[in-house]
Ligand binder design. Structure first.
Ligand code: ZN
Ligand code: ZN
Ligand code: ZN
Ligand code: ZN
Length: 478
């Protein structure tokens, strides 16, 4: 740990222990918005391969990939990626090649991640894979596992998974208890690796990044460049401040966020947003985000349950809305969106879009205009319209989500930046150059902070903005 401290201090960081929080990462210098705080390669990682998509084990590319000729389980895009993975895959390959076809089906990403973790540790002991200050099994040992907080059912599941890992490894001295505990460590420490547009590609363990604690109002953001985890400041962070990122979707109400953190990470968040729980502005926020709207279409009030819990009352005009009325519409919406999801999974975008549109109309009557549920429906519709190349409808949907995004993702949030980017691309496609420049500029202002400026993704955004500006000046010429 001493070596880690000295390597972090070179970066203007230090690890401290706080009694109620455990390990925390603090700054020992100022960081400005957009500045990289730290980056780390995964200790182990796997792509989220399924029967539908497969990806290269190393770079997660999904095009022109080939199966490893020996095990027929792992994919590579070419010899460079295959060679860089060979030290570890050589032993993994031997183990999984011996499995029966039926058994190979049980090689889910989480089982594979654990197999790789066990193998990496062994290869480190045997000095086949060298260790580094930020890359060694000791750092994995230092991660919290929360074994005492896990319920019986989950423990049984972890034990079964450990057993499966044992069958794959066929070691005579496997410590099943330790593997089960490591599954619990992965559940609260592993990160979902996403591309620049936040689409999930795989899972990785980054033991130094795991030191960073959560806040629902974080001063930093964690994104990925390929498999490299990169943490950047989104606010000005003065010297002596704890670095924080968000572990969860921060758009939800305080109750929703706290539930998610308790269930997956076993702690009660005490961030500046969470300490407002139960106070009047937090109650109002929750009612707007996840509650219902006034029966009067022209009223923008939010509803709260009355004291005997039988009806909802508009806090602006006092109109009463019965629970039955709400239940009836809500169940209609649910059955429609369920049907739409089935259609979507079978690739029937046209019919799915019709159902989602009807669901959206009903939700407009049910939910507050800036409701999260309504926003999610519009996000689904946006995706479908993009698939259908229905740019006009897609743009309408995208624009409707922006005010809600601005509300729930204040400041420099990648989601808001990406939504502006989508908006700009649609405006550009539809020939609305002027607005596309505005949207691209808003996207750039946010994404240059969250994503840095050096990635191919950001270069593409800069080129698009340049093109739009060039076209606008061309149009201006007489
Ligand atoms: Zn590759
Ligand atoms: Zn193989
Ligand atoms: Zn919080
Ligand atoms: Zn009202």
């Amino acid at each position: 740990m001493e070596k880690l401290q000295s390597s972090l201090s070179e970066r203007g960081l230090s690890v401290s222990h706080l009694p109620d929080k455990g390990r925390c990462l603090f700054t020992t210098k100022d960081f400005c918005p957009g500045e990289m705080i730290m980056s780390q390669e995964p200790y182990v990682s796997v792509p989220n391969n399924s029967s539908v998509v497969s990806r290269c084990e190393v770079c997660f590319a999904s095009r022109n990939i080939k199966k490893c000729a020996a095990c027929h389980v792992v994919w590579y895009c070419g010899s460079t990626c295959q060679k860089s993975d060979w030290k570890l895959h050589r032993v993994e390959c031997r183990a999984i090649s011996k499995l029966e076809k039926e058994r190979q089906k049980s090689l889910t990403p989480s089982i594979r991640l654990m197999v790789k973790l066990c193998l990496r540790r062994k290869l480190e002991v045997e000095k086949v894979i060298p260790t580094a200050v930020t890359d060694n099994y000791e750092l994995v040992e230092a991660l919290v596992s929360h074994m005492a907080d896990i319920d019986e059912k989950q423990l049984v599941l972890y034990a079964q998974m450990a057993n499966l890992v044992n069958i794959i490894l066929k070691w005579h001295d496997t410590n099943l208890k330790e593997i089960a505990e490591n599954f619990s460590k992965l559940a609260c420490n592993a990160h979902t690796i996403c591309d620049s547009e936040l689409r999930p590609l795989g899972t990785g363990l980054y033991p130094v990044i795991s030191i960073i604690n959560h806040s629902c109002l974080p001063n930093s953001v964690l994104l990925f460049e390929g498999q490299t985890a990169v943490v950047r400041a989104v606010l000005h962070i003065p010297k002596g401040t704890e670095v924080s990122i968000s572990y969860i979707e921060t758009a939800g109400s305080t109750m929703t966020r706290q539930k998610a953190l308790k269930e997956q990470y076993f702690f009660s968040c005490a961030c500046p947003r969470c300490i407002k729980l139960g106070k009047s502005d937090d109650i109002q926020d929750s009612a707007i985000l996840e509650g219902y709207r006034c029966k009067d279409d022209t009223c923008n009030g939010f509803l709260l349950l009355d004291s005997d819990g039988k009806a909802f009352i508009c806090q602006q005009c006092g109109l009463v809305r019965s629970k039955e009325d709400i239940k009836k519409i809500a169940s209609e919406v649910k059955s429609m969106s369920d049907k739409a999801s089935v259609l979507l999974n079978s690739g029937n975008y046209e019919e799915a879009s019709l159902l989602w549109k009807t669901a959206e109309k009903l939700q407009v009557k049910l939910c507050h205009p800036t409701s999260l549920v309504l926003m999610q429906t519009r996000e689904s519709l946006l995706k479908i319209f993009m698939e259908l190349k229905a740019w006009k409808e897609a743009l309408t949907c995208c624009r409707l989500t922006i005010p809600v995004y601005e509300r729930v993702y204040p400041g420099c949030h990648p989601n808001l930046g990406l939504q502006y980017y989508t908006c700009g691309k649609l405006e550009w496609l539809l020939g609305d150059t002027e607005n596309s420049i505005k949207s691209f500029t808003k996207a750039l202002d946010i994404l240059r902070i969250t994503h840095g400026t050096n990635t191919p993704f950001m270069k593409e955004l800069l080129i698009k903005l340049e093109e739009a500006r060039a076209e606008a000046s061309f149009k201006l010429k007489p």
